[in-house]
Design a protein around this ligand. Sequence first.
Ligand SMILES: Nc1ncnc2c1ncn2[C@@H]1O[C@H](COP(=O)(O)OP(=O)(O)OP(=O)(O)O)[C@@H](O)[C@H]1O
Ligand SMILES: [Mg+2]
Length: 382
Amino acid sequence: MQNKPVVIVLDKNENSRKVLMSFLQDFDLIENIEVYEDYDRGFENIKKQNGEAIVIVDITDIDSDEFIEKVRLHASKLIITSTDYSTNTIVKALRMGAKEFLPKPIIKNDLLRTISSLINNDYSEVYSQSKIITVYSNKGGIGKTTLAINLAKELEKVTKCKVALIDLNLQLGDVSTFLNLNPTFDVSYVIKNFINKDEEIFLKAFERYKDSLLYILSDPTYIEQAESISPQDITKLFNELKKVFSYIVVDMSSNIDENSLKILDLSDLVLFTTIVNVPAIRNAQRCLTLFNSRRYPKDKVKIIVNRYIESDDIKIEDIENTLGEKIYWRIPNNYFTIMEAINKGICVSEINSNSNIANNFRDLAAKISDDIIEKTVMQYRV
Ligand SMILES: Nc1ncnc2c1ncn2[C@@H]1O[C@H](COP(=O)(O)OP(=O)(O)OP(=O)(O)O)[C@@H](O)[C@H]1O
Ligand SMILES: [Mg+2]
């Protein structure tokens, strides 16, 4: 049986320290409870626990960001509390790596449920849920692969969660070329041989990007292997991926066939990518009509304008009027940085982390993860 964990509470309010203490004392899954008014002293203790302790930090009266970032490095099982439970505060707490946010006054059952799920490593109860984010366009050469790769890398950096990048452009995948990888396994091999394995074994099927939390699965080596993949296989693969990764970023072809439709149907978020020219926008219109006919929820599809140039004749408002949808994000045109990244087989942020395009991908990743957390928080609140 695993050791019972220590719970460390940091709270400046005397009354709530007493209340928390009384709640936690009734809980026999815990070894010891240590309560601090002085956050620096509490932090010294957290550092000694080798990441094993359950840490509860109240952020009501503290200027939280820097302190929480520090705590997070030494405590993976972090619960944040506050009397301010606006959506902004909750999203911020979860962004900083808290496993759960508990509004004050704390309800005993909520506290005990959260601690049980942290002890059992069962995060199904807490906010973090796996999401499939697919980059799609029904036109080729629009920047899907570029976006998928750089978004996946930035999501991993911003969220510090495990992210998978899956190349489901089954016949003409570019991910391994763009990242200069020589993968041992590919999508079709994983579907045949790596389903229902332990996490440790499953992860071996992926190429890990430079020791980061980004794991990559490439397209099949031979066209015949790609042809043998069915929509049922896609479902099977996604179910496995969801057990292990917080974010699954999918690159795919611009075809509309039964596999593509399966990928799009199963995605939580479709980043529909276009560029600013009349044929691309006409195509976008057709594709949005298709999504409508498949009754995708309203905020499932987000429109991204790639290679955006401020001085373009066609303005963002013109595109929005034509499509009848808001543009979610614009990615600037920066051919040289992107080509340099592709030629060197690395991500854009590794060429120049201050370039307009690197900043743009980082901000997009932050926005997407915030939007996902916010949506999940709202669902919990209903
Ligand atoms: N924001 C950008 N600024 C400048 N060039 C870009 C930008 N995004 C993509 N490109 C260029 O566009 C070209 C096509 O990009 P990419 O291969 O990512 O598109 P794709 O939609 O995946 O294509 P395919 O349909 O062939 O899979 C690449 O040469 C890339 O350098
Ligand atoms: Mg591509």
